[in-house]
Design a protein around this ligand. Sequence first.
Ligand code: ZN
Length: 505
Amino acid sequence: MMIQMLCAALLAAATSPAVVPAPQEMKVNEGTYSLKAETLERKDCRYTLDKSLPKEGYRLSITAGGIAVASADEAGRFYAEQTLRQLGEAKDGKLSYPRVEITDFPNFGWRGALLDEGRHFFGKETVKGMIDLMAYHKMNVLHWHLTEDQGWRIDIPGMPELVQYGSWRKESPCHGAKLKSYGNFRYESSALNGQKYGPFYYSEADLREVVAYAAARHIRVVPEIDIPGHMCSAIAAYPHLTCFPENVKERSARSDWGISTDVLCIGNDETVRFVERVFDFICDVFPSEVIHIGGDECPRINWEKCPKCRERMKKEGFTKAGQLQGWITRHIAVHLAKRGRRIMGWDEILADDAPKTAIGQSWRTQSGNGAGTALVGGAEAARLGYDMVMTPHTETYYDYYQGLTDDPFQYPGGMIPLKRAYAFDPCAGVVPEARKHILGSQAQMWSEYIWNEYDLQWKMWPRACAMAETLWTKPEKKNFDCFMKRMEIHRRRLIGMGVNCAPLR
Ligand SMILES: [Zn+2]
């Protein structure tokens, strides 16, 4: 009975006011503080710096005398403002705030979301909208997946063929057969739809605009160019970059989803120069220290047969074609290090002797098998000394089903209801001495089955709220019941902002 009462009291304190992600420490006092204004401006708060606070941390004090913010840095000040946006209630020309004392800072430094624009292209206004929502939830990394078999989305000066051939496809898979119609969509068959998709791509100016927009909201953009697999769109532009150019029948990006065996030829020096030129452009445009080189799902079947690849293997003393992936990974790591950059790649790169400076992104499994096997578990990789971003697909791929009844949208499979998303722990299975290598996690928005912004928001929110709380709030402060109570209020806020937020379930 006592425990139940205590829980109820804790819940009441934690749910009101509803801040998402939950602050580390929040004391709610009696009464409110009101401003005679519709919106809060910087002049309405007293700002100070307090270097004793953790990085990105802030202290927010709302009393009868007004609003005071102390922060460790500019990001901390920005996050205090996001909390204020959630606390303020506008009514009758007044802004009313509960009197609170908050001390807050993030649990993880890498609080991200991945957006795949290879399969579907959303455009910079949607990306900016996503950045705004991420910032509102104190997330700080946009992992921007910009190239895929199904679309090359960046126009690189001096390489016009990339978008000429790679930024469009002849057709796309139809929406699933289950629904006959929803809005403007038709879900009639599982066949290809016969409709040209694209050309869609970003100019250099567009990319710079998004990077600046994100930076103003304390979000760094980590671009991904996925090599050496998932490269059909580049191979459409430059067929000589693959082992068997005669296999390239269509000079356009791939029309259906899946994994292609046509990958970059690692034995060809021209491929190496091509990859260097692409990453040089990426370094010119993106200030991020971390550059994502992909590395996932690369079949080696062509490398085994290709004379150039076999020649490279012989020269390097390799016994397995797979070692060529490690070779190109290390080559690009060295190339990028000259520009002060650090590579990041999907967990496949760790199985092929990636340098220890690489950041691994665990997607196939978190605990899994050890390094040196085909499958590297994130926890094991962290134990071996790799910095890791933990994104197991079973917990963090929000293109998967969310367990709603009568869900009008289509999903590739999987099942990540909100409760499962919330329960995810990036440090699960990680030995204490390796926890310093767990940088954080991300919400993954793969877009084979995401057609537009409306669809994207439905799948991202509210599950990304759960991710934001997992990454910001200390695990001992997390409580699903309390989260759901706050989310009842917070979801209404999101809907009020025009976000197509899915129901809580
Ligand atoms: Zn080859």
